[in-house]
Design a protein around this ligand. Structure first.
Ligand code: 1QQ
Length: 383
């Protein structure tokens, strides 16, 4: 063998080794709010993903390939979510991106994934319209539109709620969408609204709104809030002597409520497909594994992230990855819609939604919500 030829043989061998090594890692991005007001949600989400990736890789990965998560902090801010999505998609060249944590950020960041033909998968976004962005957008979080009617209906049946006051954040995509869906659910059930009050992100004093609410003597307060504001709202309401049920959306389904509202956290009604009291085999296994790893109890956000990685790994098992990023992103997108999976959050499948023009777009979760009420710093299933 002459020298030039032997050199090229070495080069080809090196190339082969490099592409083999690349094929063995499936790089997946996670954009989560690890700091800031939404940090409680984002850290639970990161924990859920990290537990799932360990389990999946320990069980042989995806057809022998290991999943590697690249986790970035988007701080619960839409500008940061845009930056993180761009970095993960164009610089790190991940196969797909999970997140961001808030719908407010997803509405800003998901169009980037859609334009780059990269699957974006929300595990905690529940506002209307997120998956209408396009056919690369997925979520396994159940929408406010699906959950709130069930929560209100249960409170009407069990707690005899006949008229309610409404309080919501009017500067966030999720809290506004929660308000729209509460309003619709109340209209459908013919429940009159005594007054509608608003607040903004970062507010700490809710006395004016709650004093007005108290004067209208409602049977319940319907609250569309993220927990950073919703926790203090609960404290302020009870301090003013308002003891009626507080009916919340997804933002209030976080153990952070108990840290913020402490002994004033009872009688909060929420709905979710996940409950710590749900003792299915998949959930029992998840809760035990989570406690063993983190020495703390999981929440809904951890459970949804955990299931989401299993949903993606199920899809990937049917995909022949080529190491050509564009083709692989498309193949994953095409494989996801058919996945049916039963995990910590119960039986799951996707349903395609339409965009604003009525054309088929992204995919929402089909799952059954469970209604829960807080008692003694725990969410208890309300039968
Ligand atoms: C959204 C939500 C939040 C409560 C996520 C943490 O549901 O922003 O859509």
């Amino acid at each position: 063998m002459n020298r030039a030829l032997s050199r090229s043989v070495v080069a080809i061998a090196a190339l082969g080794a490099a592409s083999f090594a690349q094929a063995a890692d499936i790089k997946i991005g996670v954009a989560a709010a690890l700091t800031g007001g939404a940090g409680q949600y984002g850290n639970a989400i990161r924990n859920g993903f990290q537990l799932a990736v360990e389990e999946i890789n320990a069980a042989g990965g995806v057809n022998g390939d290991k999943i590697v998560l690249q986790i970035e902090d988007e701080q619960g801010k839409k500008e940061e979510a845009i930056n993180v999505f761009k970095k993960l998609i164009f610089q790190d060249r991940v196969l797909m991106v999970f997140g961001p944590t808030l719908s407010n950020s997803a509405q800003a960041a998901h169009p980037i994934a859609q334009a780059a033909k990269t699957p974006a998968f929300g595990t905690s976004n529940t506002a209307d319209g997120i998956t209408s962005i396009g056919n690369f957008v997925f979520r396994n979080s159940v929408t406010e539109a699906d959950v709130l009617p069930a929560t209100i209906k249960k409170a009407v049946e069990v707690a005899g709620v006949k008229k309610v006051a409404v309080l919501y954040g009017n500067d966030d995509v999720f809290t506004k969408s929660g308000y729209d869906n509460f309003k619709k659910a109340l209209e459908d059930l013919k429940i009159p609204v005594t007054t509608t009050e608003t607040f903004a992100k970062g507010d700490v004093d809710f006395k004016a709104q709650l004093t007005k609410i108290k004067a209208t003597n409602p049977d319940a307060i319907v609250l569309s809030a993220l927990v950073a504001e919703g926790g203090p709202v609960m404290v302020a309401a009870r301090q003013l002597g308002i003891e009626v049920p507080i009916i919340g959306g997804n933002g209030m389904n976080s153990p952070r409520v108990f840290e913020l509202a402490k002994d004033r956290s009872d009688n909060l009604w929420v709905g979710s497909p996940w409950s710590s009291n749900n003792d299915t085999p998949a959930n029992t296994k998840f809760i035990a594994a989570y406690k063993a790893k983190y020495n703390a109890a999981p929440d809904q956000f951890a459970a949804q992230a955990y299931d989401a990685l299993y949903i993606v790994s199920t899809a990937l098992k049917g995909v022949k990855l080529t190491n050509k990023l564009e083709a692989d992103r498309l193949a994953l997108r095409d494989a996801l819609p058919a996945v049916k999976y039963t995990g910590a959050t119960g039986a799951f499948q996707f349903a395609q939604v339409k965009d604003k023009a009525g054309k088929p777009a992204g995919y929402d979760a089909v799952q059954t919500p469970i209604v829960m009420v807080t008692r003694g710093n725990a969410y208890v299933i309300q039968k």
